[in-house]
Design a protein around this ligand. Structure first.
Ligand code: DOR
Ligand code: ZN
Length: 347
């Protein structure tokens, strides 16, 4: 059996939800990751430092409700709106527990209705981010319904991100959950303060997974899975050792019933195997020696945080994913439900 020991990883993009759902999923992440950037797309969204503080307290409460929990630090984010004042950005930076601000183009994805309708309206806030060094995390897709859903990321780069980084060259910017060769190229050739997170599902699957023998709603997330050539570009970037690319699961649980329906929600639940899936993707291209940089070192460097001192060990001892698991009063169906995982976390 092969064994792989890594500095403990962090998840730089995680949805924990709220209330009983939060209590159901937070342990999966906390068993694997020391810290996570917590997405603010609740209803209502987390738009202020005070709301972020209250949400952070609820996450701690959910963690301590189960006594045997390891230490886990939620790194909070604010949800950017057309009206976020520059002053709130300065408050966020001063709080020391808000580590970034998330930009959702209005209507791009789950709970993005309160998002940004026009980036021009946010310039005072984004200028304050450049000034204070608080990173801007971007869901990089245009929302114009006439643009093909598979082209929305590439279009957003040209319409919004390229002009933005030109105008604010010192802005710390992370393009979240990139899915295309165009995004890899944009980030690779930008200045060093422009980075990207990559999910496990985008490293392991192409868009065929959505239609394997029928419609597969649990493989539907946004940005949507792309063609094989894009998956290969992402694998190349993730395993290149380039510190601009690092781990963000985008684990995004939705109740089974809200995905298996006529108009299903976007989001893949991956936190239950949040590091194991990446080990499989790196192993597939004989690059396990690059996993520690991607999972444990490059994220902290971008966020100006120390790397973790603890370690985790993975073994290549296959196990079967559950068909479902509890999610508040309901159930969630994880990505790869009922199928095998190659790597197992040793506890
Ligand atoms: O698939 C997704 N699910 N993409 C997102 O951007 C949001 C997320 C969610 O919150 O469910
Ligand atoms: Zn997300």
């Amino acid at each position: 059996m092969r064994e792989l020991t890594l500095l403990q990883p962090d998840d730089w993009h995680l949805h924990l939800r709220d209330g009983p759902a939060l209590a159901s999923v937070v342990h999966d992440a906390a068993k694997r990751f020391a810290r996570a950037i917590i997405m603010p797309n609740l209803t209502p969204p987390v738009t202020t430092v005070e709301a972020a503080r209250a949400y952070r307290d609820r996450i701690f409460d959910a963690l301590t409700a189960s006594s045997s929990q390891p230490r886990f630090e939620p790194l909070m984010t604010l949800y950017l709106t057309d009206n976020t004042p520059a002053e709130e950005i300065r408050k966020a930076k001063a709080s020391r527990f808000v580590h970034a601000v998330k930009l959702y183009p209005a209507g791009a994805t789950t709970h993005s209705d309160a998002g940004v309708t026009d980036i021009a309206k946010c310039m005072p806030a984004i200028e304050a981010m450049q000034e204070t060094g608080l990173p801007l995390l971007v869901h990089g897709e245009v929302t114009d319904p006439s643009v093909d859903v598979f082209d929305r990321e590439a279009a957003y780069i040209e319409q919004t991100l390229r002009p933005l980084v030109q105008r604010l060259p010192e802005l710390k910017l992370s393009m979240e959950h990139i899915t295309t060769r165009q995004a890899v190229d944009f980030v690779s050739t930008a200045r060093e303060n422009v980075v990207a997170t990559i999910t496990a599902q985008h490293l392991l699957y192409n868009r065929n997974a959505l239609f394997q023998g029928g419609v597969r709603p649990h493989y539907y997330c946004l940005p949507i899975l792309k063609r094989e050539e894009h998956r290969q570009a992402l694998v190349q970037a993730a395993t290149s050792g380039n510190p601009k690319f690092f781990l963000g699961t985008d684990s995004a649980p939705h109740e089974t019933a809200t995905k298996e329906t006529a108009c299903g929600c976007a989001g893949c639940y991956t936190a239950y195997a949040g590091i194991e899936l990446y080990a499989e993707a790196f192993d597939a291209v004989v690059a396990l020696d690059r996993l520690e940089g991607f999972a444990s070192r490059f994220g902290p460097a971008f966020y100006g945080l120390p790397v973790n001192e603890t370690r985790i060990t993975l073994v290549d001892n296959a196990w079967r994913a559950p068909l479902e698991q509890p999610f508040g009063a309901g159930r969630i169906t994880p990505l790869r439900a009922g199928e095998m995982h190659a790597w197992r976390l040793q506890t």
